[in-house]
Design a protein around this ligand. Structure first.
Ligand code: HEC
Ligand code: HEC
Ligand code: HEC
Ligand code: HEC
Length: 501
């Protein structure tokens, strides 16, 4: 061996050495040109347009960040459907008519669909039967506050008219003002492009807990921008005129903490038409439940899974196609997990299947309890006899809703979600035991039958909803007031100049 090497002609060694030097030099050039090009586009990028502090039009921001804008536009894709979630419209009331009975007397019994991509935030709120068919700016069932999690026009309006004034009046008041779906100004500062909190409710909730949201770390901000909307909230009416958006976090974020907060205020969202219980409606406590899961514990943010990095032409950028991560397991999960895609999806489905099984059982118990409470009233029960029963119903259904209304909960924090449902089942049983004792005392000997609510139509008829009237009002609104809103908004926006550099 040794002999052979020593025998090699010296000029060959020099040739190898020279070739190596050249290759290393060329590699160096390539690397530096990549770095330079990245630097050019990422840091020394030249904005094409000036974005003002109140710019709500997403396409204007898109002039400066065309690739991000294209990925944001993909939230309009409605093709993906997973086992329980996804971007397609799913009529939850048709899939599960028990919900109609649970929400009797409240808007959600009229219509409730699976959330679609951010692109549809405005269209879906126009179409929902819950917003009714207003005929003018002071008409309709919903307050102006309902726009708050729908659009970057909201921070614009808050700056223009003031926060309390924005929260005052009816939903229809701002129909011609709020038309751009959730976008850039909701999460970014227009000058620095840094993540920012544009909604006062989150800043105020932090303040009341003695925390300053400005101190949040960059990684925390990658979840907090979502926590502006994907949270539990209520409308505080204590000033007598506004519906001031408030997060009930002062005692903490667990189901018990928020229940104690609402109980102390004697707050209820509505009175149930069958049982007369003072009910709470959970909104979508996604951030709260997520924060009790193992991923949050390990510092994984919402954006890590729902806005993963994407590579194009050697450049990494944040995918703004916010959607179910199951449509993109490679970028959403496999940056951290080595398991196969099918395995990771099976892990998610297993948690969802098991939790939804228990959740369905709780729903049946709640339907029975509402129907039995109605029978008790009819048999002559007194307020005093009913008070502990209605409280039990309120608390049991609040637990169900807290777990059900957050669509990702079964994956985000499966142990906590199942615990919440288990305590709900416990409370529902306790309530039904009290009810059955009371019914016997009132002389009702027969078992109260489970209602025929096999379809959404049957369930809506059972609770006495006039669906024909609701649909007509909505159709009328879409023919008359809505086109007016759209043309007014278009006229206003075309009067704003776009300043190109
Ligand atoms: C300004 C309020 C707002 C902010 C901020 C916001 N969302 Fe949403 N999000 C919504 C609304 C409203 C919907 C439902 C839209 C619809 O159904 O029309 C939604 C829908 C979704 C969906 C369902 C989409 C689908 O196709 O399955 C996901 C997932 C989601 N948001 C995640 C996030 C994440 C993650 C963040 C933070 C990076 C975030 N959202 C920030 C309001 C917001
Ligand atoms: C729901 C919140 C949300 C919305 C809406 C949103 N972004 Fe982002 N954006 C983020 C997050 C989170 C990041 C990652 C920031 C980080 O980690 O520094 C990001 C990053 C960026 C970046 C930095 C470069 C990169 O790719 O990481 C740019 C530029 C950007 N967004 C532009 C936009 C534009 C343009 C729009 C509107 C079309 C938009 N964003 C809408 C949350 C949002
Ligand atoms: C940024 C890194 C990161 C990302 C992205 C991520 N995970 Fe995880 N995941 C973790 C860590 C860390 C743990 C905790 C386990 C540990 O420390 O060993 C974990 C735990 C889990 C667990 C077990 C915990 C439980 O709830 O039972 C499952 C299942 C899981 N991940 C699935 C997923 C799936 C599916 C995705 C994509 C939607 C995903 N993960 C995305 C880092 C990540
Ligand atoms: C570890 C990854 C991971 C993290 C972190 C995470 N999610 Fe999810 N999220 C998922 C998975 C997986 C699903 C289930 C998707 C499905 O069933 O199709 C989901 C579902 C959802 C849904 C329902 C999606 C739909 O299609 O209707 C929403 C909304 C959501 N997450 C918002 C959030 C918010 C807000 C945060 C942060 C507070 C967050 N997620 C943090 C992985 C994650």
């Amino acid at each position: 061996m040794e002999k052979k090497i020593n025998n090699r002609k010296p000029y060959l060694n020099w040739l190898f050495f020279g070739a190596t030097v050249i290759v290393v030099f060329l590699l160096g050039l390539l690397a530096s040109s990549i770095v330079e090009r990245r630097a050019e586009t990422e840091f020394v990028y030249k904005p094409k347009v000036k974005v003002s502090a109140t710019e709500a039009r997403n396409w204007v921001w898109g002039e400066n960040f065309p690739r991000t804008y294209q990925s944001w536009l993909q939230t309009s894709d409605t093709t993906f459907r997973s086992k329980y979630d996804g971007s397609a419209t799913i009529d939850f009331l048709a899939e599960d008519p028990r919900l109609v009975v649970l929400w009797a007397g409240y808007g959600f019994s009229k219509s409730y669909n699976q959330g679609r991509g951010h692109y549809y935030a405005i269209t879906d709120v126009w179409n929902s039967l819950r917003t009714g068919g207003p005929t003018g700016p002071e008409d309709g069932p919903m307050p102006s506050t309902c726009w708050t999690c729908k659009s970057p026009d909201v921070p614009r309006l808050m700056k223009e008219v003031g926060v309390t004034e924005y929260y005052t009046g009816k939903w229809a008041k701002y129909g011609a003002e709020v038309t751009n779906p959730i976008g850039c100004a909701d999460c970014h500062d227009p000058v620095s492009m840094k993540l920012q909190i544009s909604r006062p409710a989150l800043i105020e909730a932090f303040k009341r807990q003695g925390k300053d949201i400005q101190m949040a770390t960059h990684q925390e901000m990658r979840s907090l921008v979502c926590a502006q909307c994907h949270v539990e909230y209520y409308f505080n009416k204590s000033d007598g005129k506004s519906n001031y958006l408030t997060f009930p976090w002062d005692k903490g974020k667990t189901v018990e903490d928020m229940e104690a907060y609402y109980d102390d205020l004697n707050f209820s969202d509505w009175t149930h038409t069958l049982s007369k219980a003072p009910m709470l409606k959970a909104q979508h406590p996604d951030y709260e439940i997520y924060s009790m899961g193992v991923h949050a514990d390990r510092g994984v943010s919402c954006a890590d899974c729902h806005m993963p990095y994407k590579s194009e032409g050697g450049q990494k950028y944040t995918d703004h196609h916010i959607q179910s991560p199951l449509n993109n397991v490679a970028n959403s999960c496999q940056v951290c997990h080595r398991e196969e895609t099918s395995k990771l999806i099976a892990n998610v489905f297993e948690r969802q299947d098991k939790i939804i099984h228990s959740r369905n059982r709780l729903e049946e118990l709640l339907v029975m309890a509402h129907v039995e409470a109605k029978a008790a009233w009819e048999a002559g029960a007194t307020e005093t006899q009913m008070t502990p029963i209605l409280k039990g119903l309120r608390h049991a259904q609040w637990r169900w809703d807290y777990a059900a209304a957050s669509h990702g909960a079964s994956f985000h924090a499966p142990v906590e979600t199942l615990r919440v449902i288990a305590t709900g089942i416990d409370k529902a049983y306790e309530t039904r035991i009290m009810l059955n004792r009371l019914l016997l005392n009132l002389g009702v000997k027969n078992e109260i039958p489970y209602p025929d609510i096999a379809t959404k139509v049957k369930a809506q008829a059972f609770i006495g909803l006039d669906m024909k009237k609701l649909n007509e009002e909505k159709a009328n609104f879409k023919k008359t007031l809505l086109p007016e809103w759209i043309s007014k908004a278009n006229a206003r926006e075309s009067s704003y100049k776009v300043e190109y550099f």
